[in-house]
Design a binder for this molecule. Structure first.
Ligand SMILES: [Zn+2]
Length: 295
């Protein structure tokens, strides 16, 4: 079978991501075209049967993948069904709080300072408060996307959605423990690259993308400036986003051809919360592009 690519040609949209801000917490919204959902229902696809689902469920002790696309989907239903809007089924995951206060700081035993060094405790920054990290939701989100993403990224290249909108990007993720355990990569379509080139002429920064990533990260980890989170683009279609970590971020690949889309990959994305933050940025990029690209 000849697999088409959004790098080489415009394909009708079969899925997209969006970033939604609400009063309580922002959400990442995942939209699936009704033709894609219809295919899954018709073929009675059970994502639990895939090799990747079996291995992730065992390694991370995860719940089952819910497959009823008229309800919550994904591991334990982490993608909540929001309804059908126009030609898309919408699912959303609220950005969770990962760093939760509990007990006293173990480094300073709740004193807020280190007696030995006579300084403010670097772990709790003087508050004396301890915390626990709860990554269950971002791990379930990453596992759910990873389980679907191989199938998802191929579907619209082998099948044709009836949407009039173009697919703007494709995204694949992985999830495993250790270095590079939350790697992600994908393709930027021809219309999205063209839009980036024209938008980058006016500004080299991507304020919506930075804002979405900072809101996502601060919701998860608590208030902070998070100046290491930034994003910019260039008028040749290249773009970069970065989140907290060891030079952790997304970047488009060097090679680009006139009139074609461009691939992107990542650097040092070790943790699901980093992957989640970078996906929030991509979703915000997609929102602005979808509004401004006139087809
Ligand atoms: Zn402390």
């Amino acid at each position: 079978m000849n697999i088409r690519s959004i790098i080489d040609e415009n394909l009708p949209c079969w899925y997209e991501l969006s970033f939604l801000e609400t009063e309580s917490a922002p959400s990442i919204i995942f939209r699936l075209h009704r033709d894609f959902v219809g295919y899954i229902k018709e073929k009675k696809i059970d994502f639990n049967n895939s090799f990747i689902a079996k291995s992730l469920k065992e390694e991370f002790e995860l719940k089952d993948f819910l497959n009823d696309f008229d309800g919550d989907i994904g591991i334990g239903g982490v993608l909540k069904f929001l309804g059908v809007r126009g030609e898309f089924y919408e699912f959303g995951t609220k950005v969770p709080k990962i760093k939760n206060e509990e007990g006293k700081c173990l480094t300073c035993d709740g004193l807020g300072e280190r007696e030995l060094f006579n300084d403010t405790c670097p772990s709790c920054k003087g508050t004396g408060i301890g915390y626990i990290i709860d990554c269950d939701t971002v791990t379930a989100f990453s596992a759910s996307y990873t389980i679907m993403s191989g199938f998802l990224s191929l579907w619209g290249k082998e099948n044709t959605s009836s949407s009039k909108l173009p697919q703007l990007f494709s995204l694949k993720t992985i999830l495993r423990r250790g270095d590079h355990g939350s790697t992600l990569n994908g393709e930027i379509s021809i219309p999205l690259k063209t839009w980036i080139m024209s938008s980058a002429e006016k500004s080299t920064k991507m304020p919506e993308v930075v804002s979405a990533m900072r809101k996502t990260y601060s919701t998860m980890m608590g208030p902070g400036d998070y100046l290491s989170i930034y994003a910019y683009w260039e008028d040749d279609g290249h773009f970069y986003t970065q989140c907290p970590g060891n030079a952790c971020g997304l970047c488009s690949e060097d090679f680009t051809e006139k009139g074609k889309g461009i691939k992107f990959s990542c650097h040092n994305v070790d943790l699901p919360e980093q992957q989640f933050t970078l996906i929030a940025g991509l979703a915000a990029l997609h929102d602005r592009a979808r509004k401004e690209i006139k087809i």
